[in-house]
Design a protein around this ligand. Sequence first.
Ligand code: PMV
Length: 368
Amino acid sequence: MSDYHFSDQYKQDATNLNDFKLVGIKSVGWESPSNIALIKYWGKHGDQLPQNPSLSFNLKNSKTKTKLIYQQKESDEPTIRYFFKEKRNTPFEKRVESYFEKIAIYLPFIKKLDFTINSNNTFPHSAGIASSASSFSALAHGLCSVEQELFQTLSNQEEFYRKASFLARLGSGSASRSIPGETILWGKSDLMKESSDEYAITIDNQIHHVFKSYHDAILIIDSGQKLASSSKGHALMENHPFAKARYQQARVNLEKLLLALKSGGEKLFAEIVENEAMTLHALMLSSNPSVSLMKPNTLVVIEKLKEFRRKQRVNFTFTLDAGSNIHILYPNKIRNKMVSFIENELTEFCENGKWIDDTISEGPIQVE
Ligand code: PMV
């Protein structure tokens, strides 16, 4: 089974996804959340395959809603009109066009459809929160619904979500983790036999209830663009002197994190999550070219958080993506304390005092 590839399977299945007759105009809509990685995906190979397994929580308020309106057409040229917040968005339209080109080997019918795509984010576009995970997840789930509508080939839920995750991955690696469930693992790990580099799986049945009440307070330190492109970021790992050690460390951290998640060990959880965030930024700083994405206020806030934790003797943790914003992950039982600390002592270091009060969600849902 080890050299079984879903990419081969889906290519083979595609031979039956060519001929259909669609009358009139159809539509389908999906809402997908962004996710916050606790074990980071940083470094890839082949066709968007990860160098190490990563693990994330799905978020609730940071999400993308995407509606696909489609009809059959005669020519084989893809026709896609992409609207973001009701305005035509040509840069993303081009990205979606090349994404459709790429995935047409798995979904050949998309070449015979004319698409109008209406997309919207619930989180502020300028918040410096990556929307590629939620966008590609919503798009991929939508395309699987189209396949199901035209061919009835994805009636089995497990198969539906596996293919959605597989396709989302080809748009943006982390998008593969925005699938139903709260805690999601992407990447092959010996610790989890159903895990795969090709798609993500939910591991909700391995999670202690203390983590179910976790919130994510996203402090917007700087809403400017993060990296020019995350592909450039992953490429920094290609000749990185610490690459091998990093991929090994991620596996060790995953093992410890899974243990913490299962046993309710909040201290160990906090230790690993912070270590992963600091490692991500250390890898960027020590790459060639060096990339520094933290801002002075990021460091000020991190120090304040550590001091607050020490003095108050409470358990919480924080993490960062490839940007300057800070995600504080904390349990509901300290919510009042945490929110007043953020409002009284941290918002002055946030851009225009901005922070997003988010929590863990159960992943994408079909909305239309
Ligand atoms: O999915 P990408 O290619 O945008 O990469 C995401 C990388 C990080 O957000 C930094 C880490 C992660 O695992 O989400």
